[in-house]
Design a protein around this ligand. Structure first.
Ligand code: P6P
Length: 339
């Protein structure tokens, strides 16, 4: 039985900046994840689920769970002292901590504190998604937006927490993907899935087909390819769509498959956020032997332009992503987004 802390310390030597600071920032995220996990698991109780402005059983001002989660991750990153700035889905502007302690931090974090939070009230898995970069700006001052607007190729680490039938922390520092299952009886994340790899063959596709009529022709052609009988597939496809990126990706990571959130004519950039949804999941996919693109470009090579930028997203088993890219190139070249 190997705990997250033991694993981080053991792997610290693998990390070129093995100063211990990086290990501490991962640990800070793990601590916040435990606290959020407790509240997510209690969300079904009376009043806990309430929305901002209501009161919970202790008569405390109720916060929406995603606001609660955001506060917990920001608090953990601020108190840890390794992080000098955060881009959060919950904050329009960059969050800096305005303290000499934090300004000495050498890392910045992009985070979706509780992705898919609308699923909480129907008891469906949700997740936290995070990206960690080394800062580019001068240490000793607050972090800057430019510290966050780095290509995914520069990632120091990325991961997610999935609050599901069990709570898991899945992350990579560029040396493969490892997953830790939370044991609430001892309050520890335990290594349960070392060296995860996406199966090279998959027959699961995840997409919200309610938007079918707005999809690019290339996506329609790919869905047709999945649904028709044809010689090279030799397998029936199946569709699974949970409506929670972390849950859909996690299943495809284990079983093989593809998750798609296309751009449409109305919204050519799609819905998902580049910085704290697409890039971290793309990093994990590639680290597990998979692929991630916007239909034309490798996600990790896209230069983010602003904190809450959106991107079309196709991620999962390499041959499935490449098949979509083939159809997009020949049926929907007009959807290519130029840098
Ligand atoms: P739709 C959740 O809001 C999210 O960002 C992802 O977790 C999820 O995959 C997607 O949006 C669901 O979007 O439009 O299908 O409801």
């Amino acid at each position: 039985m190997k705990t997250l802390i033991e694993f981080i310390n053991e792997k610290q030597a693998d990390f070129p900046y093995a100063t211990g600071e990086f290990s501490r920032i991962l640990n800070d995220i793990g601590i916040a994840a435990k606290i959020v996990n407790r509240e997510v698991n209690r969300a079904g109780l009376a009043n806990i689920l309430g929305y901002e402005g209501s009161e919970n059983v202790q008569g405390e001002a109720q916060k929406k769970l995603d606001v609660f989660a955001n506060n917990e991750f920001l608090k953990a990153l601020k108190n840890g002292g390794q992080c000098c700035a955060v881009a959060s889905e919950e904050n329009e502007n960059l969050v800096t901590f305005e303290s000499d302690f934090s300004n000495k931090g050498r890392y910045v974090v992009a985070i979706d504190p509780l992705d898919g939070s609308s699923n909480i009230e129907v008891n469906v898995s949700i997740g936290t998604i995070f990206t960690i970069y080394r800062r580019l700006s001068e240490t000793g001052k607050p972090g800057t937006v430019e510290d966050l607007l780095q290509k995914g190729l520069q990632i120091a680490a990325a991961g997610y927490v999935i609050y599901g039938s069990s709570t898991m922390l899945v992350y990579s520092t560029g040396k493969g993907v490892n997953a830790f299952t939370y044991d609430p009886s001892v309050g520890l994340f335990i290594l349960s899935h070392p060296e995860l790899r996406i199966p090279p063959k998959g027959n699961i596709y995840s997409i919200n087909e309610a938007s079918y009529i707005y999809f690019p022709e290339g996506v329609k052609e790919y869905l047709r390819y999945c649904q028709e009988d044809h010689p090279e597939s030799h397998r029936p496809y199946t569709t699974r769509y949970i409506g929670s990126l972390v849950a859909d990706f996690h299943r495809n990571l284990i079983r093989g498959g593809i998750y798609m959130y296309p751009g449409t004519r109305k919204k050519p950039q799609g819905k998902l956020r580049l910085l704290y949804e697409c890039i971290p999941i793309a990093f994990l996919a590639e680290q597990a032997g998979g692929k991630a693109s916007d239909g034309f470009r490798r996600i990790l090579e896209i230069q983010p332009r602003h904190l809450h930028e959106r991107s079309p997203f196709y991620v999962g088993t390499t041959e499935m992503v490449e098949k979509v890219e083939y159809f997009m190139k020949y049926f929907s070249p007009e959807f290519e987004i130029k840098d």
